[in-house]
Design a protein around this ligand. Sequence first.
Ligand code: ATP
Ligand code: MG
Length: 467
Amino acid sequence: MSVFLPPDVRGLLLYGRIFNAQAEFLLKNKRVPKKAEPTIIPRPDHTVSRDEISKNALKVLYRLRKSGFQAFLVGGGVRDVLLGLHPKDFDIATDAHPEEVRSLFANGRLIGRRFRLAHVRFGRDVIEVATFRAATDGSEKDVDVSHDHEGRILRDNVYGSIDEDVWRRDFTCNALYYNIADFSIWDYVGGLEDIKRRRLVLIGDPDKRLREDPVRMLRAVRFAAKLDFTIDKSVEDSMHGHQDLLKNVPAARLFDEFLKLFQAGFAHETFTLLRNYGLFGQLFVQSDKALEQNEKFLEFVQAALVNTDRRVAAGKSITPMFLIGVFLWEPVRRRAEELRSSEKMSVAQSLNIAAYEIAGMQQSRISIPKRFTAPMREMLAMQPRFDVRTGRRALKLLEHKRFRAAYDFMMLRAECGDFDRDAATFWTDVQKQDDVQRATSFALDGKPASRRRKRPRRRRNPAAGKS
Ligand code: ATP
Ligand code: MG
């Protein structure tokens, strides 16, 4: 791409006044960053055009600027446009404090404790506005920053300037700032070069940065899969000793990360990388063990991931409960077998109980909201019903509110030899049939229907049916 400045031009284009003032401030405060001078790439020398930036993000940028604040587009919004991709969201960095941002926008509100941000809402579109973070060394007292004993950042709410903020960002490719004042890009860390070379490099000491926030390992994998970047050796080496640190990350945050990892259209590649880096087992402990032992299960999971990516590419809807069900399927099935060997119960019953138990254990790693675990259990417990192809109860399966998900799940099983293919074809065909044809398919004529007809219900307690 011709967007990149040759290295010898870099450093010449500086905003001297601003940076002299900042350098003085930083020296006084003994917070001298590694390098306070960005390379500034003027508009004609890069490809980030306002046409590629959402109208809402531009509105926020302009409003901040008009109100006398600095306003930059940062992160994926700049990175993806430089790569010729469409950013999924736009993040803004500013020297306005969160409260100031909120007061500028009627549709603004503050979120987050660990990392306070302003969200500006335009219908379903949310623009995230972050105030520049200061480069603290952790030794200062009385500031809103805290770490746990492993070095993990628990809170990070000390505000600073752009040339402090840059060192708090994760990867160099995510630390490019697009300035709404003159449409230039500010690069402090060689991010443009790393985008050009398609590599993920952590800013600063990788060990320290992963300790501060172990989720950065997941982010490395996610970006590598999405952008087809290589994870730099320095980051890779560091990741190898640090997988365990993910245990300290709150399960609710890991659920959010789970969604980003598997719903962005690169689930299959992400999964492969997560396993290669020993990270998948940190998220799905039981599934990871089952994958090691069972090649067929691995095939099934991979088929589901490929399928998910295809759906995303086609703009079809996806639900996290489906993939969670896929990941937990083998552990659930094993547990269901155990249950049946110790107690008399139906396969469906055992699957339902097993799914409840396994999903419960899973919560300690990734907290999955109930609105997903409940339908997931239903989807898994419905699987044995596809074995039965005659009678009214079988026909009724077509009307079940989870039929579609359970059917898709069953089709994946069939694809991997885990379910009879003829039976799978049967369930595909009957969906296209009318009532008369279905009556024949499900052998409703004559014997099975009449034998299975329900006895008229005798109501002993009239309130019973109302629950
Ligand atoms: P995408 O939105 O495409 O997933 P992104 O890079 O924009 O990618 P976001 O999660 O939206 O990622 O975060 C925006 C920016 O905030 C990042 O580019 C990065 O500069 C910074 N950031 C986000 N999470 C972290 C983190 N855990 N550690 C350090 N910096 C982070
Ligand atoms: Mg983003």
